[in-house]
Design a protein around this ligand. Structure first.
Ligand SMILES: [Zn+2]
Length: 246
């Protein structure tokens, strides 16, 4: 949990830069804050967002999540995307209490449609840990993968970490099952039909596909093209889709 909180509280470089500018400013910091405050009170969305970031960072002023929340909520009401994202992260991290159970999810899921890497990454974290959303490891892996492909720092390592743990867990389940039926569920491959099939699943040559059509089993044909398997190529056992085991 501590590790999760640490990740949640990671702050972007842009904010560091912002604070350096403030620190190195020729005029007093107070004036800089007051400038943002005046603009924020005038309804300037960017100023409201910046002011909130300054309160979150807590370097130029003492850290104050309540003040940050106040300004982020104002800007979010006007659909300011970076503010919605920041507010979602504050709630997901527990620094600020959401107005309802899934508020963090709702704030972050919007930007996901527009593929904001940071929002995608935090959603992956939420799915991994079951924070503000039902725990869903496959979804978490998928989202870490998207965040990594968008270049979000650290996402690739998280993807590899969660994917490895998931794969090991699935292999342990397979090992505990008799070699009898070829079964898959929404969670992955539940049982193998024969030793040969077990071996190719462990090596990854035949693998689980979480497709929009539902769970499936994938592999390659002789020409190296991806195919969906309906039956075991070794013993001809049919692929059966079953309910999640848990
Ligand atoms: Zn088989």
């Amino acid at each position: 949990m501590e590790e999760v909180d640490r990740i949640f509280h990671k702050r972007p470089d842009s904010l560091k830069k912002r604070n350096e500018i403030i620190k190195n400013a020729d005029h007093p910091v107070d004036m800089e804050i007051n400038g943002f405050l005046a603009a924020a009170e005038d309804g300037d969305l960017k100023a409201q967002h910046q002011l909130a970031l300054i309160y979150i960072q807590g370097e130029a002023v003492p850290q104050n999540f309540a003040e940050a929340e106040k300004w982020l909520r104002k800007a979010s009401e006007a659909d300011h995307l970076p503010s919605k994202r920041e507010l979602g992260i504050l709630i997901a991290s527990g620094s600020v209490k959401g107005k309802y159970e899934t508020e963090a999810y709702d704030l972050l899921i919007g930007p996901l449609d527009r593929l904001d890497p940071r929002s995608v990454y935090y959603l992956a974290l939420m799915y991994e840990n079951g924070k503000g959303v039902e725990k869903d490891i496959l979804n978490s892996i998928r989202l870490y993968g998207i965040a990594a492909s968008l270049g979000y720092p650290g996402a690739e390592e998280d993807y590899a970490r969660v994917e490895k743990a998931y794969t090991e867990e699935r292999h342990a389940i397979l090992r505990s099952m008799p070699l009898l039926n070829l079964e898959i569920s929404e969670d992955g491959i539940e049982a193998a039909c024969c030793k040969k099939m077990f071996d190719v699943i462990v090596t990854g040559d035949i693998f689980f596909i979480d497709s929009y059509k539902g769970p499936a089993l994938g592999g390659m044909d002789e020409d190296g093209r991806d195919i969906v398997l309906n039956a075991c190529p070794f013993c001809s056992a049919p692929v059966r889709v079953i309910e999640k085991k848990k």
